[in-house]
Design a protein around this ligand. Structure first.
Ligand code: RIB
Length: 293
């Protein structure tokens, strides 16, 4: 069984700030780091660090070649990452003194992916393989349909939640990973609604889909039909929440692949993301398998 992450690769510019800048305000930062990111690349790194056989498909400019080298160092197969003449995707990230972040994206190579590039990549995979997607590339709908036709299992993290979600065939997802903002977008409920109510609404809308609702300090909630489960975080000091959700998705899927049941997989994924938020950065903060399993 192989994993394919079809998604974004970004150069993250991470500004350490006192607070997230307000409209019209100019503030200073205490540090600036340039590192590898993108929800797709992060999730591929998480799966590889968790010991899985994982392939990444996406598009970068030559300014992003260090991303390839880093992913390869984790064991990610990068032969489906294409180059184009423009820039690699960028993320302008502010991390405040409590570890919370805000992110502005520039599409770059991610936005240059074309539906016509999808079939050749999917043809290298077989029935039973798993594709994991996010919402930072314009070809996700084509990937979901083509992968499903091939008999692959489809896992979707509809993040960031924007108008493009309406074009995705959500009913084709076997697993949906959502946080409270994405859950609010999918249900129409306010983001302040309690997690159980949101989970019930999602389970009602997607009765055949495994729903995993990540809830920060409240851990993670699971629903499939009438089945429910919950995982708790490990209480560690928060340094940087960037990539926490990506770590969770990768380690949840890896735990399931290693034969863990849902409850144990939630526990292990919560543990992995708790470790990740206790360190700075996205990919770099993710634990390796030996720290979690
Ligand atoms: O999930 C975190 C990621 O979101 C960052 O690495 C950034 O690149 C954005 O894609």
């Amino acid at each position: 069984m192989k994993f394919l992450v079809f998604g974004s690769l970004n150069i993250d510019l991470i500004f350490s700030v006192d607070h997230i800048v307000c409209p019209g305000e100019t503030i200073n930062s205490s540090a600036l780091e340039r590192s590898a990111g993108g929800k797709g690349a992060n999730q591929a790194a998480a799966l590889a660090k968790a010991g899985m056989e994982v392939y990444m498909a996406g598009k970068i400019g030559h300014d992003g070649d260090f991303l390839l080298e880093l992913l390869q160092s984790y064991g990610v197969r990068t032969n489906h990452i294409m180059h184009w003449e423009g820039a690699t995707g960028q993320a302008l990230i502010q991390v405040d003194k409590t570890g919370q972040n805000s992110i502005v994206l520039y599409g770059g190579g991610n936005a240059a992916l074309k539906d016509s590039e999808v079939p050749a990549i999917i043809s290298s995979f077989s029935a039973g393989d798993i594709v994991l997607l996010q919402n930072e590339i314009p070809v996700s709908a084509a990937v979901m349909r083509t992968a499903r036709e091939r008999g692959m299992k489809v896992c979707l993290n509809p993040s960031p939640f924007d108008e493009r979600i309406a074009d995705l065939p959500l009913e084709l997802a076997d697993i949906l990973f959502v946080n409270e903002i994405e859950a609010a977008g999918l249900t129409g409920l306010p983001a302040s609604q309690d997690f159980e109510t949101v989970l019930e609404k999602l389970a009602g809308r997607f009765p055949k889909t495994e729903i995993i609702l990540t809830a920060g300090k409240e851990g993670a909630f699971y629903a499939l039909g009438t089945l429910r489960a919950k995982g708790d975080i490990v209480d560690l000091p928060v340094a940087d929440t960037t990539g926490a959700g990506d770590t969770f998705s990768g380690f949840f899927l890896a735990a399931r692949e290693r034969g863990c049941d849902v409850t144990e997989s939630l526990r292990l994924a919560c543990k992995a993301s708790s470790i990740a938020v206790s360190r700075k950065g996205a990919m770099a903060s993710m634990p390796f398998a030996g720290e979690v399993f």
